[in-house]
Design a protein around this ligand. Structure first.
Ligand SMILES: Cc1cc2nc3c(=O)[nH]c(=O)nc-3n(C[C@H](O)[C@H](O)[C@H](O)COP(=O)(O)O)c2cc1C
Length: 171
């Protein structure tokens, strides 16, 4: 088996997306991939990675700003290697029930980078989530943790398989 090094980067405001990224990183490592998990805001160079998984939280129909800027900053290098994007996420079970397409900005990033795939995972907004809006929504019964470990792990296994298969399965 070829040894692959993958970056899992995340743009997260309150930690839910970071948790998904950590789960993806753990699963990739279980599959023998060297996975490094870092905040998207810290990423200035991806040239040492064989592939990149980049995720962002959704706020008012837009991807987290750190994830967006990570794409802009690293676009050239990202477009030369396999990239997978993910979003988090609906605070209900919709992401477990059907494929939710990327929001427009993320769809454009996919095109710009030639990303292999996008996945929307359920998100989390709980009593611990800071912010007036979140607190009010949770108080009105609109919160919960809808991150599904089995779904996240299945996607990460699929990425590990895809990496292992090599460039012939690329776009
Ligand atoms: C003010 C606000 C706006 C949100 N807008 C969206 C949205 O447009 N689409 C969506 O799927 N989820 C939306 N969410 C849910 C968040 O994306 C979800 O809680 C996410 O998992 C948060 O990730 P983070 O903790 O990494 O920041 C919103 C949450 C808040 C508090």
């Amino acid at each position: 088996m070829t040894f692959k090094r993958v970056l899992v980067a995340y743009g997260s405001k309150h930690g839910a997306t970071a948790g998904i990224a950590e789960e993806i990183g753990r699963t990739l490592r279980d599959d023998g991939v060297e996975a490094v998990v870092l905040p998207a805001g810290d990423i200035t160079d991806v040239s040492s990675y064989d592939g990149v998984v980049l995720g962002g939280a959704l706020y008012a129909g837009r991807w987290n700003g750190q994830a967006r800027r990570c794409v802009r900053r690293n676009a050239e290098q990202l477009s030369r290697r396999p990239v997978w994007l993910f979003s988090s996420g609906p605070v209900d079970s919709s992401a477990e029930q059907y494929d939710i397409p990327p929001v427009l900005g993320v769809a454009r990033s996919m095109e710009r980078l030639g990303a292999r795939e996008h996945m929307t995972f359920g998100g989390a907004m709980t009593a611990k989530t800071p912010g007036l809006v979140a607190r009010s929504l949770v108080r009105h019964g609109k919160g919960g943790d809808f991150r599904n470990s089995a779904q996240i792990q299945a996607w990460a296994h699929h990425i590990a398989d895809d990496l292992e298969a090599g460039p012939e399965t690329a776009r």
